[in-house]
Write a protein of this length. Structure first.
Length: 158
């Protein structure tokens, strides 16, 4: 019962707190390049990756973006940093993969580094914007296109 209460507290609207909340959960499904379904014990919930926006599935590089996120995450356990809840009821968070001791890999950032997701303009985390700049310079992923369509513009038009 205590575990259920804890996870419900974590999954409730927690964005008003100044402390980060973390939970270890397994990715059981990848919807697209910026959304996964995770499981903690018997609790299943959707997670929208914080600070990034991947191409839509039917958009150019949408399938590649989903394929990379699937490769990086499916059926693996991660530490999820809970950031917010979106208008669709999804958790917004950062997925970290343990690497070695205290080191961890930020999966959200990996999507940007590989050129298969945009860093949100309103994202205040410098590392995301810097990684997007580097991916663009190296012409990785969607940056192979001189003027790739931004996912938010694509959604508005379609």
């Amino acid at each position: 019962m205590r575990t259920i209460c804890t996870i419900l507290l974590l999954l409730s609207v927690f964005c008003n707190t100044v402390y980060a909340e973390y939970v270890v959960a397994k990715v059981i499904k990848v919807t697209d390049g910026d959304t996964v379904t995770m499981q903690y014990d018997d609790i299943v919930f959707k997670v929208r990756l914080y600070c990034i926006d991947a191409p839509e599935i039917n958009q150019e590089y949408g399938q590649e973006s989903k394929a990379l996120l699937t490769h990086l995450t499916l059926n693996k356990e991660f530490t999820l940093e809970l950031k917010d809840k979106d208008q669709y009821g999804r958790i917004v968070g950062v997925i970290y993969e343990p690497i070695d001791g205290l080191k961890k890999k930020n999966i959200n950032l990996e999507m940007v580094r590989n050129g298969l997701a945009w860093a949100y303009d309103r994202c205040t985390v410098f590392e995301y914007m810097r990684s997007q700049y580097v991916a663009r310079k190296k012409k990785l992923g969607l940056w192979q296109n001189a003027a790739p369509a931004k996912p938010w513009d694509y959604r508005r038009r379609n």
